[in-house]
Write a protein that binds this ligand. Structure first.
Ligand SMILES: Nc1ncnc2c1ncn2[C@@H]1O[C@H](COP(=O)(O)OP(=O)(O)OP(=O)(O)O)[C@@H](O)[C@H]1O
Length: 570
């Protein structure tokens, strides 16, 4: 803004780079004023914009270059209410619009990526990637859906494929999302969607999933829930179907304990269950596969109710009558022998010098084995759903025409809860890497471009998070390497792991030992300090299946379960 010209009020500026004063206070004021007027999108020109505002997602279209009036970054503030911003007519307005001619919008990001991929307006056609980041509940998943919606509107090619791409979402959300304290529909996995094009027609898509939070199957904190699908099943299955899957009253199951909500909630879940069934049909799951899948999920719930009591004189753990009943139900749904399943839980068999040795588990080991089986079974079902979706969306290409793609990355945002575990460390590590990428793209590459164009600018300083990445990733002395090293020692415990960290990272500015007797540590991340509890780190990192489980499931008479364990490495 040239000096002397009247300065626009902060809230009237749709592109933050046009602000006269670009400091944190005016930036926040601008965002707040626009938000109050329900203008939830603000753009930020390449080198001068910032990260996401509170409860807002940041979206970047790459590798398109900075424009004069519209930046690479769109800041999206979550309105938490339906706004009339996403109808077909709005999508039409943004179709092929002149950049900067319309207010910032998520559709403008999709439009720019699509046209840059095609190489319109004289530019070289180039694959594009849209990175979405923001804390949990910021609106990343909703933004992903809106991006897909607009891109599908733009290409209008193979309409069946386009519809399929849009319809896989209810399926992914049912199996991969859950209610958390931050978000009623929180994605508990990360995803990268690659839309594949030939010219302006979408030819296929590929979905990659990362870090499904499998531990949620067996444990969730107060005020949270397990994955949606368990609740949808109880609301949507008929009484006969529940009987077939051996399902009783939902309040009886340990893994989904907690509030069951009102009649309205049950109605909504029932409707969601129907959507899931429709999506399963559309993706092409056979009826038997759908039955098997639900049997596995019901088996997981029954297995979760099997508990043990301290051992009898022969060293074998005791079980109540009720637990025997649950074990029988779980074995029935998994299609395996009850005593074989029990063996996997209560003992480990090994062969030494031709002699078979049976070692009984402690109560804790048996319950850990139970939870490991539940987690691995659920994880495999989820992975299988994603692979079936990929088969459905696999590209049908013309070999003569070059394939280009638009990728959309939607991973969980930075997490800092009351209790932070191994899963939060993995999520926050992914966010550190994303932040590093942002720093590189927004600061270093922008300044290189200014230099190349011989523009004058003041060197921009930023917090480089490389030391934190080193603390976590360095080999052989980073935190993850030390965790792997400890996981390989049978005698190591979470305590020996923490001792190792405390001695290795003494004096490191980004590491703090826990105070007093707490078994944990803190990391000073780019987004602030997070206290981690080390409980369960080794067990989760090992992620091993109890001995003989693979063999047990391969021999299951439930074809799907057998198939899920036949081709696996573990
Ligand atoms: N553009 C929008 N318009 C209206 N409501 C929205 C919008 N974006 C998000 N929301 C609301 O916010 C909620 C949380 O959004 P979303 O699930 O996309 O967050 P997220 O960033 O993906 O969170 P997580 O990391 O936990 O998965 C949505 O369920 C919806 O109620």
């Amino acid at each position: 803004m040239p000096p002397g010209e009247p300065q626009p009020p902060a809230g009237s500026v749709g592109n933050l780079a046009a602000l006269a004063e670009l400091d944190e206070a005016s930036l926040l004021q601008g965002l707040r004023e626009r938000f109050l007027r329900q203008q939830v999108y603000v753009s930020a020109a390449g080198g001068r914009g910032g990260g996401p505002g509170r409860r807002g997602a940041g979206l970047t279209a790459l590798p398109s270059r900075r424009q004069t009036d519209v930046g690479d970054i769109l800041i999206a503030l979550n309105p938490f209410q339906p706004l009339q911003l996403y109808g077909r007519e709005v999508s039409e307005q943004y179709r092929c619009h002149d950049e900067g001619s319309l207010p910032p919008h998520i559709f403008a990001v999709a439009d720019r990526a699509y046209h840059a991929m095609l190489g319109r307006r004289g530019a070289r056609p180039q694959s594009q990637c849209i990175v979405i980041s923001g804390e949990s509940g910021a609106g990343k998943t909703e933004s992903t859906k809106l991006l897909l919606q607009h891109i599908m509107n733009l290409c209008k090619g193979n309409s069946q494929l386009e519809q399929q791409i849009l319809q896989v979402n209810p399926l992914l959300e049912a199996f991969g999302n859950a209610q958390t304290v931050m978000n009623d529909n929180s994605s508990r996995f990360g995803k990268y969607i690659q839309l594949r094009f030939q010219n302006n027609t979408v030819r296929g898509a590929k979905l990659s999933e990362y870090l499904l939070e499998k531990s949620r199957v067996v444990q969730h904190d107060t005020g949270e829930r397990n994955f949606h699908i368990f609740y949808y099943m109880f609301a949507g299955l008929s009484s006969e179907e529940k009987e077939m899957y051996g399902l009783l009253d939902p309040s009886l199951y340990r893994y989904i304990s907690g509030r069951f909500g009102t009649e309205d909630v049950a109605q909504r879940w029932k409707q969601k269950y129907q959507e899931v069934c429709n999506a399963l049909d559309m993706v092409g799951f056979q009826e038997q596969e759908q039955v098997d899948m639900q049997a596995i999920l019901a088996g997981v719930l029954s297995l979760g109710n099997v508990t043990f009591e301290p051992p009898e004189s022969n060293g074998s753990l005791k079980m109540s009558e009720a637990s025997r009943g649950w074990l029988k139900a779980a074995a029935g749904q998994f299609g395996v022998q009850e005593d074989e399943l029990l063996k996997c839980l209560i003992c480990t068999m090994s062969v030494t010098r031709g002699e078979q040795i049976q070692r009984f588990h402690t109560q804790q080991q048996a319950e850990d084995a139970r939870d490991s089986i539940a987690k691995v079974a659920y994880g495999r079902v989820f992975g299988w759903i994603v692979s079936k979706i990929n088969e459905l969306l696999a590209e049908n290409v013309d070999p003569e025409v070059e394939l280009r793609e638009i990728g959309i990355l939607d991973i969980f945002g930075f997490e800092n809860f009351a209790v932070n575990r191994f899963e939060q460390l993995c999520i926050n590590l992914a966010n550190e890497q994303l932040q590093h990428f942002f720093n590189h793209h927004i600061f270093q590459l922008e300044q290189a471009a200014y230099r190349a164009e011989e523009l004058s600018w003041e060197t921009i300083t930023f917090n480089n998070n490389e030391p934190i990445l080193n603390l976590l990733l360095a080999k052989p002395l980073g935190l993850l390497s030390l965790l792997d090293e400890q996981s390989a020692f049978p005698q190591a415990t979470d305590k020996t792991f923490v001792d190792k960290l405390n001695s290795s990272f003494k004096g490191n500015l980004h590491f703090q030992p826990a105070r007093g007797r707490v078994l944990g540590f803190s990391i000073i991340h780019y987004a602030g300090k997070v206290q981690y509890t080390a409980d369960g780190f080794l067990e989760k990192n090992r992620d091993t299946l109890p001995a003989n489980v693979r063999g047990l499931f391969i021999n299951s008479i439930t074809p799907l379960l057998s198939m899920l364990f036949t081709d696996s490495e573990i």
